[in-house]
Design a protein around this ligand. Structure first.
Ligand SMILES: C[S@@+](CC[C@H](N)C(=O)[O-])C[C@H]1O[C@@H](n2cnc3c(N)ncnc32)[C@H](O)[C@@H]1O
Length: 471
């Protein structure tokens, strides 16, 4: 059946008689698919594979324990030929076709009249994928991809809509009014609440929508989303979904170009980043802007590098939203420490070298670093320093002065997780000099501790430029 013109249909087979012939794993798979749709199944096979035998018991299948006979193909709604024998499968297909019964032949779709598509099951929502029988592997691959982007609880949405259908119909008698109502409701916070198992809140939102006139704008929502350290593959599914559904995206300097490329064309993109010396958009202004956009009924994504709650001022931004009663959600991201460490081959903890790990900011004020040095210099601890480039020599000096040996391994990861990543691995004593010579570009992260020596053995990521090591 390698032609493109297949008719995609879903058919009712609840309580209808279906025949499966075959005793192996393929038959077991088909049997389970039919059983999920409520079919009344008869199975013909002289012997059953253990998996199939279990399904037969569990699914109340009628099992006829013998070889297939032509008279088995009688008044069935569907027939599935799943034996190991090409000849028998061909015979079953011929008999079924002769009686006008739709027939599927496992592994030889061209012999049958229908195929089983690859299915994404979000009961009661079903998505079927077919490649017209040309490549089951491709269909499976595509299914896998769709599985990752369609939330697990998508079916809940269909169930909730079904509960409200009559009420909405009463309020909005015409189809076009109902379309407008549902489009607006689905575009809002309703789905996110359901996907996060908060059905009561979702129902409240739907009730609020019913109170509003079709031309009134419900208040929007702000999503504070962690974009991770750079590699777009490190975004969470949720972050990606929200980015793709947003009306407007406000982003930071640290959000990489390849992540911004995932924002659909037509979505408003606003840069609110800050360079170290150039506070282009003051924090208060960002907080105010978020409130204003949400009040216009927009779905606002505030995209921040790494994780919004780690040295990201995410707390301040949502504080402003909370004060103004603007609904918000926070989506964690992979913080630079996790991303850079993983891509540099430096585990942040390791049973032999470090039992704790501390994250600090190396931001300097008046050329000094205000850090809790006692907490930093603990033995068997990895120190991760964010924003530590400018004050790197001060940091290394202060640590040495407080007893950390100059020979302690230390590394600086430049533009971690991106194709431009470079790792400068040295010791506490010579890291600052080496970094100075290497002319690194922000952002950079410093990792200090014995775990750094594992890099040579554990590095796996191949960026475009080579790492730097002492001469
Ligand atoms: C203002 S902090 C924000 C941290 C962010 N919220 C997080 O969780 O990663 C910025 C600092 O994070 C570090 N950083 C962020 N992305 C990085 C990357 N791809 N490579 C190296 N360091 C990075 C740098 O130290 C940079 O100065």
């Amino acid at each position: 059946m390698n032609h493109p013109s297949l008719l995609p249909i879903f058919i009712h087979i609840h309580n209808r008689r279906c025949l499966v012939v075959g005793g192996g794993r393929v038959a077991a798979r088909k049997l389970r698919t039919l059983a999920r749709a409520g079919a009344n199944i008869t199975l013909v096979a002289p012997q059953l594979d253990t998996v199939l035998a279990r399904s037969v018991d569990a699914l109340a299948v009628t099992h006829i324990s013998r070889e297939f006979e032509d008279s088995d193909v009688s008044d069935y709604a569907l027939v599935v030929a799943a034996t190991d024998s090409l000849t028998i499968n061909e015979r079953i297909a011929g008999l079924a076709k002769g009686k006008g019964i739709p027939v599927n032949v496992a592994n030889q779709p061209e012999l049958g009249t229908f195929i089983f598509p690859s299915v994404i099951d979000r009961e009661p929502v079903t998505i079927a994928v077919s490649t017209g029988g040309s490549s089951p592997a491709l269909a499976r691959w595509l299914r896998g991809h769709l599985e990752t982007i369609i939330p697990d609880r998508f079916g809940e949405l269909a169930r909730l809509i079904a509960c409200y259908r009559e009420t909405v119909k009463r309020k909005y008698p015409t189809v076009s009014q109902r379309m407008r109502f549902w489009e607006r409701a689905l575009h809002g916070r309703l789905s996110e609440f359901l996907f996060h198992n908060q059905p009561r809140k979702a129902a409240e939102i739907l009730d609020q929508h019913l109170q509003l006139g079709l031309d009134e704008t419900p208040v929007g929502e702000v999503y504070l989303v962690g974009a991770g350290p750079g590699d777009p593959d490190l975004l969470t599914f949720r972050a990606l979904r929200l980015i793709q559904q947003a009306d407007i995206v406000l982003y930071d300097r640290l959000v990489s170009r390849s992540i911004l490329d995932l924002v659909p064309r037509g979505t408003e993109l606003i840069y609110v980043g800050k360079a170290r010396s150039d506070h282009s958009v003051p924090q208060d202004k960002i907080n105010q802007t978020l409130v204003e956009y949400a009040r216009q009924g927009r779905r606002v994504v505030r995209l921040k590098g790494g994780d919004p709650f780690i040295f990201g001022r995410g707390g301040e931004e949502i504080d402003g939203l909370a004060m103004h009663d603007v609904p918000f959600q926070v989506v964690p991201g992979i913080t630079a420490a996790s991303g850079c460490a993983a891509y540099a081959g430096i585990p942040l903890t390791h049973r032999d070298y470090a039992q704790s790990c501390i994250f600090v900011t190396g931001h300097t004020r008046n050329n000094t670093l205000d850090l809790n040095w006692e907490a930093l210099v603990q033995p068997r601890q990895t120190i991760v320093v964010y924003m530590g480039l400018t004050g790197l020599d001060i940091l290394c000096r202060e640590l040495t002065a407080r007893g950390v040996p100059g020979q302690t391994p230390a590394a600086l990861v430049e533009r971690g997780t991106t194709p431009e990543q470079r790792v400068i691995a040295a010791t506490l004593a010579d890291l600052a000099t080496l970094v100075d010579k290497a002319q690194v570009q922000a952002p950079t992260l410093v990792i200090i501790g014995h775990v750094v020596k594992l890099k040579d053995r554990l590095e796996w990521f191949e960026p475009r430029q080579a790492d730097v090591s002492p001469p």
